[in-house]
Design a protein around this ligand. Structure first.
Ligand code: ADP
Length: 440
């Protein structure tokens, strides 16, 4: 405004002093009139804004650069119960629960730098000790060095959302429980039925032998029946062992017994024992390593169990002529064991599920062998208890590789080194682990 008058003054080149004074007075009067109108408009606007903020249901506050509240409406009192005097000059973050406070500070700083509007949800402290969920939105006004802040109470929505989630979780849990019971009854029923039917057959034979006095029972038949019963008892034992182990592993109750072991010897011995156990099948297992001895702290029973699970799977899911290669290598201070087969392979889409409980790809009735889908779950847990990892690579109809890695560590004050179980102990473990395979 002054600029325009100054320009006019210059342009008109008023020389007459009286006219000049008159012009200046007129000029001042217009400016004065204009400013007071503007002031009135501002005051009315401020009044409206104050009324608007006092009746607003949300929190509105202005913070200084240090996030101290320098002005606020009664939203703090209406929503969180804090009176204005208890809030003013306090740091805004004091009203937010940790760790949400850290998150809010990060969001405010990010938006201060970028000039964007900061949005975040935080659990906030009420005066009477409870908490409420507030959705905050804030913007930094750089030329005034203040933050403008609004907060909306979303506790009810949040509680409803949590209730919905809890309900969904409960439904999923119920479904899992049902699925578990169906799986369980199938897994228990199948071997029990076989045992029951074999025993019935056997008692029929005994009965008819007794009736035909003098004529003995054929021992070969009895032996065959015994083998069937034994295998199905092992199957039940394996299932129950795996389920108990999964339950213990999932509830953090499982403890490993770490000792210094020669892991190369353990893996070699178990592979050779499986070759012995599998004599009757067309399975060729080769063991390959450049390392003669590798001492690391591990639980040898756990390593044997993982190996037996992986090796038994190469046989269960083999094609006619099975070739299996077991290798031990060292990389980045970790020992890596690979079990590679030329079996039926696993579809890409199934690879991520096979380590989950009860995962079975072929659920058809004519599958070559039974499996409870618990072995890999236990193996994964056992590897992870060694701070290691296990994964699989596979190509359908070509074969699979199961690889596990554990860090190389040693218990310094332990002198004894464990080289592996006795062949008798391994044979017993093989009986249990291989009980799912029909034709051995
Ligand atoms: P299971 O007792 O059924 O063998 P696992 O947990 O050991 O249970 O394996 C889960 C599933 O992963 C198996 O049912 C099978 O479908 C698949 N699988 C595991 N190992 C192999 C393998 N070497 N070749 C092909 N499929 C495999």
């Amino acid at each position: 405004m002054f600029n325009i008058f100054d320009q006019l003054n210059d342009q008109l080149l008023i020389t007459d002093q009286a006219a000049k004074t008159q012009f200046c007075n007129a000029q001042k009067s217009i400016v004065h009139q204009h400013s007071s109108e503007k002031l009135k408009r501002y005051q009315a606007l401020e009044q409206e804004l104050q009324t608007f903020l006092s009746i607003a249901t949300d929190i509105h506050a202005i913070l200084n650069e240090h996030l101290e509240i320098i002005s606020c409406n009664n939203g703090f009192q209406n929503i969180l119960g804090w009176e204005e005097s208890e809030v003013l000059k306090k740091n805004y973050v004091e009203f937010i629960d940790y760790p949400d406070a850290v998150q809010i500070i990060t969001a405010i700083n990010e938006c201060k730098a970028s000039g964007q509007v900061a949005t975040d949800i935080a659990k906030c402290k009420c005066k009477e000790g409870k908490y409420k969920w507030i959705e905050w939105r804030g913007k930094y006004i750089a030329n005034k060095k203040i933050h403008l802040l609004t907060g909306r109470d979303i506790t009810l929505q949040k509680e409803q959302e949590e209730e919905r989630l809890a309900k969904r979780e409960a439904e999923e849990l119920e479904m899992l429980k049902d699925e578990f019971l169906i799986n369980m009854s199938h897994e228990l029923k199948t071997p029990l039925n076989v045992i029951y039917m074999t025993l019935q057959l056997e008692s029929e034979e005994i009965k008819s032998a007794l009736e035909k006095k003098g004529q003995g029972i054929e021992l070969n038949i009895l032996k065959r029946h015994d083998k069937i019963i034994q295998r199905n008892v092992y199957r039940l034992l394996r299932l129950i062992r795996n389920l108990t182990e999964i339950a213990k592993l999932e509830s953090d109750e499982y403890r490993l017994n770490f000792i210094n072991c020669d892991i190369v010897s353990i893996v070699r011995q178990i592979s050779l024992a499986v070759v012995d156990h599998m004599q009757s099948t067309k399975v060729k297992i080769t063991f390959d390593t450049d390392i003669q001895e590798l001492i690391t702290a591990c639980d040898p029973s756990a390593i044997e169990q993982i190996m037996l699970n992986l090796l038994s799977n190469t046989i269960k899911y083999r094609k006619d002529e099975s070739k299996v290669r077991v290798s031990v290598t060292v990389k980045d201070n970790k020992v890596r064991v690979t079990v590679k087969d030329n079996g039926i392979g696993i579809p890409k889409t199934e690879l991520e599920y096979i380590f989950k409980r009860f995962a079975k790809i072929d659920t058809s009735l004519n599958r070559k062998c039974e499996g409870s889908g618990t072995g890999l779950t236990v193996s994964k847990y056992l590897v992870e208890l060694h701070e290691g990892s296990i994964w699989a690579k596979s190509q359908l109809n070509k074969g699979s590789s199961f690889i596990f890695e554990i860090p190389i560590v040693q218990i310094s004050d332990e002198k004894d080194i464990y080289y592996g179980s006795t062949s008798q102990q391994i044979e017993e473990k093989c009986n249990i682990e291989f009980s799912d395979i029909y034709d051995i």
